[in-house]
Ligand binder design. Structure first.
Ligand SMILES: NC(=O)c1ccc[n+]([C@@H]2O[C@H](COP(=O)([O-])OP(=O)(O)OC[C@H]3O[C@@H](n4cnc5c(N)ncnc54)[C@H](O)[C@@H]3O)[C@@H](O)[C@H]2O)c1
Length: 364
């Protein structure tokens, strides 16, 4: 039986525990906070999935540092991710180690080190940008591959979502200053928390052969709320190595939610939507003044994570060579996040020198 150890029994830890159980995996769910373990068993899991699953083992994460599994999943706040990843690789390396997004705060502390360690460890490392695994994403990738349309005119992506939904899923938090969410420096705020849009922009740029993001210009709307200090809106202008120019918008204020990406070629377009309508993602393609074609992909929230577990099954089998959730893709997204903060602070265009590694010195 495939085994998974999950560090962090919060919202994402519960999602992954459930998805792994659906696929018949053995689950060890851990947290450093006893109250989080109680809440998992008595509240989060039964409220989401109708009843607690007694096959799930719960433990204090400090007592299970040397316990390994086929897959280890880090689902804690961003500013704890990379130290925990190092601890896992030092004490009990699994075959696969998945770290939640964003990898860290915009200071990039620990990025160069984890990249080096991953190379020498032989462990597959990935980052939880799971929208990149969706059926709608696969359909967009196929659409891009199926007929040569050349380099598009532009590429856009948005994750515009009021964070009320996140707080609803965390009723034990009283507001942004109660968690990393209210601190951009800790990986919260719009740029970090909603970085799925930056990541999917990079994913489609990759599929299109447009290369890595070379230039970043950003405007961030920074807000102070009690002790919290975060970007509530992030607008990024991006240019890739091959000259593709487009934008990413992420915010924690828009309702209803808008999660989409759009590729505009000279004569046609393709749109990627998350929750296009209740219970379905979508891909829309159109040409000239013709009626656009809409393909729907039915799914539940739980399916997002079941797909992620199925992807990890393929990784364990060795059948995946270029995973859309590889560590490299997650680090590439961190570099754009860090460049956005530098650009907004210094009010100038930032160039990313990829040969300088995953460190602040690469931002010029
Ligand atoms: N991919 C997705 O769709 C998705 C969805 C939700 C959350 N996330 C990401 O998952 C991460 C966690 O978010 P969440 O909403 O689950 O947070 P959460 O606050 O609900 O849970 C985090 C848990 O981690 C525990 N924790 C903190 N530091 C720890 C440590 N050093 N060792 C062990 N346990 C520790 C906390 O006690 C808490 O129970 C964030 O990075 C977030 O962005 C991703």
């Amino acid at each position: 039986m495939t085994s998974i150890k999950i560090i962090g029994a919060g919202s994402i830890g519960n999602h992954l525990a459930h998805a792994a159980r659906v696929k018949g995996w053995g689950v060890l769910l851990t947290d450093m906070d006893h109250e989080a373990l109680r809440r998992t068993k008595e509240e989060i899991y039964p409220q989401r999935y109708s009843e607690w699953d007694a096959e799930i083992q719960l433990a204090n994460s400090k007592d299970t540092v040397t316990e390994t599994a086929d897959v280890v999943f880090i689902g804690t706040p961003p500013d704890s991710h990379l130290a925990l990843a190092q601890e896992v690789l030092d004490n009990a390396p699994p075959r696969v180690l998945i770290i939640e997004k964003p990898l860290c705060g915009p200071d990039l502390v620990g990025c160069a080190e984890i990249w080096e360690k991953a190379e020498e460890s032989g462990v597959f490392l990935g980052v939880g940008y799971n929208h990149a695994l969706g059926a709608n994403t696969r359909a967009m990738d196929e659409l891009i591959a199926e007929e040569p349309r050349g380099m598009p005119q532009t590429l856009s992506a948005k994750t515009r979502e009021h964070w009320g939904g996140i707080f609803k899923a965390h009723p034990w938090l009283s507001g942004p200053e109660d968690s990393y969410l209210g601190f951009s420096s800790r990986g919260g705020g719009a740029c970090g928390e909603h970085s799925h849009a930056i990541n999917i922009w990079q994913h489609f740029a990759h599929t299109l052969g447009a290369g890595k993001v070379q230039e970043v210009t950003a405007v961030l709307d920074m807000r102070r709320d009690g002790n919290a200090y975060y970007d509530q809106l992030a607008i990024l202008g991006l240019r890739t190595e091959q000259g593709l120019v487009g934008e990413v918008i992420q915010d924690v204020v828009t309702a209803p939610t808008e999660k989409m990406a759009r590729i505009q070629w000279s004569k046609s377009f393709a749109e990627w939507h998350v929750n296009y309508k209740s219970g379905a993602d979508a891909v829309i393609r159109g040409e000239g003044s013709g009626t656009p074609q809409i393909a729907l992909f039915e799914k539940t929230r739980a399916d997002d994570f079941i797909l992620e577990i199925e992807h990890l099954e393929q990784v364990l089998k060795g059948t995946i060579t270029d995973s859309p959730i590889s560590l490299q893709r997650g680090l590439d997204t961190m570099m754009v996040i860090a460049a956005a903060f530098r650009s907004a602070k210094e009010k100038r265009n930032i160039n990313i020198n990829w040969s300088a590694g995953y460190r602040l010195e690469a931002l010029q």
